[in-house]
Write a protein of this length. Sequence first.
Length: 203
Amino acid sequence: MDRAPRPLLPIAGEAPPERADAARNRRRILDAAARIVAEKGTDALTMNAVAHASGIGVGTVYRRFGDVAQLLSALLDVRERRFQGEFLAGPPPLGPGAPAAERLRTFLHALVDRTTEQHEILLAAEVADPCAHYTSPPQRARQTHVAMLIAELRPGVDAGALAEFVLAPVSPSMLHHLITDRGMSVAAIKSTIDESLRLYGFV
């Protein structure tokens, strides 16, 4: 049975517990921010808009998150923790218990889905600091996970470097290019990923 690697993101339980009302306000703010982004895009995300949509005073929104960049980061963090829990400890084939090749393919497909579903937020974060994408805790967790699977499939290779190459096509900016500029569907992207895995000899 696979052993799940230690998550690279901070464990939620390590932070001081929030008061119940503070936790409710946080959820309402993040839910409102997610709705705005989904319906109108990241350009429409302002602290005033979030305050209005959540029914929480704009002063409270600023105290909790500081600015729009921090709000976007918090929104991504919530979703990333959920995704990380699924591929580190969830049911197979995404989680432990399936063959490494099947887990790798399933993980990349899930990452495509996740990235395209929230491409507005992820692309905005990447454009703000392109290099930070590769060293961010979420990306490092994904790279470590993919490297672990590659090492199981191809012992002796530089699994860390290969993981970077395998993950490069599913970055937010690349997926945006493939969908917007090349007109590829999500299904076509996944099919191309499968072909690349065959070329690498992983499946």
